[in-house]
Design a protein around this ligand. Structure first.
Ligand code: ADP
Length: 162
């Protein structure tokens, strides 16, 4: 059984995340989307909300499980008996940080490989941060996130002063 972990904040999950995830499901028997608590990033959505949005967005993918974690990623990956960690690479700007992280993780645990996957070109500019900014300013984000995420963003920003 080949298992990969796809970790991230997913605040909120976007079509770019889902594109990478779908590609990963073809390479592994099981992919665990691991939503990080990421308290220091002051997420817009709570951990439970982010998990729920990913669950709903991945219902059609039979070999995907959604979980959350608070520990060190490699500790979590080891506990889940994963062989690999999947990360998305959008542009050169992602590379330096991801490269550092992957090598640091290899120092911590040489048994788990980091695998980089590129999304469809139309998603290479997409990030959760930009989607949040657009939604907050009343922009149409329907091309970038699933419908239920668009609704959650609209609800969140309509209940907050601009
Ligand atoms: P983190 O807080 O760990 O950066 P994110 O939720 O922002 O978490 O991203 C999780 C993973 O998904 C990262 O590997 C990131 O590079 C990747 N990712 C985010 N947006 C996209 C996208 N549009 N296309 C491909 N990969 C993406």
């Amino acid at each position: 059984m080949r298992t990969a972990i796809y970790p991230g904040s997913f605040d909120p999950v976007t079509n770019g995340h889902l594109d990478v995830l779908q590609r990963a499901t073809k390479l592994f028997d099981q992919v665990i989307v691991a939503v990080a608590r990421s308290e220091s990033k002051r997420p817009l959505f709570s951990l439970e909300e982010r998990v729920r949005m990913v669950v709903r967005a991945t219902q059609h993918l039979p070999n995907v499980e959604v979980d959350s974690f608070e520990s060190l990623l490699l500790t979590y990956a080891e506990r889940r008996s994963a062989q690999a960690v999947v990360r998305g690479l959008r542009a050169v700007s992602d590379f330096e940080f991801e490269f550092q992280l992957a090598l640091m993780n290899r120092k911590l645990n040489d048994r788990i490989e980091t695998i980089f996957m590129m999304p469809k070109d139309t998603y290479t500019f997409l990030s959760s941060r930009l989607v949040k900014e657009m939604a907050q300013l009343g922009g149409d984000v329907s091309a970038f996130v699933p419908a239920h995420v668009r609704e959650a963003l609209a609800a969140r920003f309509s209940s907050r002063p601009a």
